[in-house]
Design a binder for this molecule. Structure first.
Ligand SMILES: [Fe+2]
Length: 403
């Protein structure tokens, strides 16, 4: 083990150092709590053997500081002191000391105490490794499902990823959402529409009002289908519950269970808000300036008032971000003569069509559209809002683009 020995008396320090080294441990030394703390910031140790009474920072203060710092790795602490009343021992245990040994140190007793500590440090390490393994499996499983959604339906995959990000932004408005809820919320955002992967694309892209009875029934089965897919994996059960409820409405007219208001899990309500916002912007292409009106229609109907307010705030932030950007991402149909490309435009094969900073002519735009008809070029390009070198001044040619 790596053991830090803390004692203000050089003789005592060297005595313990010699014993511990003799038992095969690596030893670090510090002459008081403050020096020990500095050592801990640069060295990882398994155990600390510390004196109680020391100048600057005593053993109890050091222990308290270590416990409240919440190091990732547990440090086993043995307090060594001439103080041995029951009250002294209780004081030590209260600040997080693991074991207590009285001075003068009896070598055999000391060895037994160190071995107890070593067993606990070993168990803690195993637990830590197992926990890391479980965590890795958890994230790999979520990643696998996320990839699956994206492979089956790229658009749906993009929606799920954006919803997960938006959920995390929304969560900041809710003091009731604890830090440890965030990974669950993010995963549920990523997987909320996994039940859609079996649905025909023509149904997914329709508005609810345009669906016939059977299509509506099929579409409305996706939260339950999602729950069925996820709940088989034990550690995804909490996520499956949120997925089931992401189409519930605060007025009780949602599905599948017709839950009302706070009967709907808070995290599901957040996913619902994020999903509605993303669909308005990306699927139905509502300009961000028109989003407030659309959101207000949902107040107290699909979404609760607070959530609407938070989405409005986020929408405003998004509008400001768009305004700050010096470029538009637009389709080839929206190109106009005089626009300037921000980056190279290449064919799907990689061949260069136009380099960055090319000012487009009508002939150039026609060329790009011809390539698109042959499906050898992407549908969108980025053009400057302002001519490069003239930041702050709008280029007349680009005004009026609806992004
Ligand atoms: Fe959904």
């Amino acid at each position: 083990m790596r053991i830090l020995v803390v004692d203000d008396q050089a003789v005592a320090r060297q005595f313990i150092e010699k014993i511990l080294k003799g038992w095969g441990h690596t030893v670090y030394l510090a002459e008081n709590g403050s020096k020990a703390w500095i050592t801990l910031l640069s060295v990882t140790v398994d155990m600390i053997v510390t004196d109680w009474m020391m100048p600057e920072m005593n053993g109890l203060e050091l222990c308290r500081k270590i416990r409240s710092a919440g190091f990732d790795k547990y440090i086993y602490i043995i307090l060594v002191s001439a103080r041995d009343t029951q009250q002294d021992i209780i004081r030590g245990l209260e600040v997080g000391v693991d074991d207590y040994i009285t001075k003068p140190v009896n070598t055999e007793e000391f060895r037994a105490r160190i071995e107890i500590g070593e067993r606990i440090v070993g168990l803690e390490k195993k637990l830590h490794t197992r926990h890391a393994e479980i965590e890795r499996n958890y994230y790999q499983t979520i990643q696998m499902f996320t990839n699956l959604i994206e492979v089956v339906d790229e658009e749906l995959g993009g929606h799920c990823k954006r919803v997960a990000k938006l959920c995390l932004r929304l969560a900041k408005f809710y003091p009731d959402v604890a830090q440890e809820d965030l990974p669950v919320l993010e995963a549920a955002g990523l997987l909320h529409d996994i039940g859609m992967i079996g649905l025909p694309k023509e149904i997914v892209s329709k508005k609810r009002a345009e669906m016939n009875g059977d299509e509506k029934k099929l579409y409305m089965s996706h939260p339950v289908q999602g729950e069925i897919i996820l709940k088989e994996i034990e550690f995804l059960k909490p996520i499956s519950i949120l997925v089931r409820s992401h189409h519930e409405q605060v007025n009780g007219r949602g599905y599948p269970d017709g839950l009302k208001g706070e009967e709907i899990p808070l995290l599901s309500r957040i996913i619902s808000g994020a999903s509605i916002y993303d669909s308005l912007v990306k699927k139905w292409k509502i300009p961000m300036e028109d989003i407030p009106g659309r959101l207000q229609q949902q107040r107290g109907y699909q979404l609760e008032s607070d959530l609407i307010d938070y989405l409005l705030e986020i929408n405003l932030e998004n509008i400001h971000k768009e305004e700050e950007k010096n470029y538009y991402k637009i389709t080839l149909d929206e190109l106009k003569e005089g626009m300037v490309l921000t980056s190279n435009v290449r064919m799907k094969s990689g061949a260069l069509v136009f380099p960055a900073l090319t000012e487009l002519t009508n002939h150039g735009i026609e060329k790009l559209n011809d390539y698109r008809k042959l499906d050898c070029i992407a549908d969108t390009v980025c053009v400057y809002k302002f001519q490069p070198g003239q930041a702050g001044r709008k280029d007349e040619n680009t005004i009026g683009i609806n992004v």
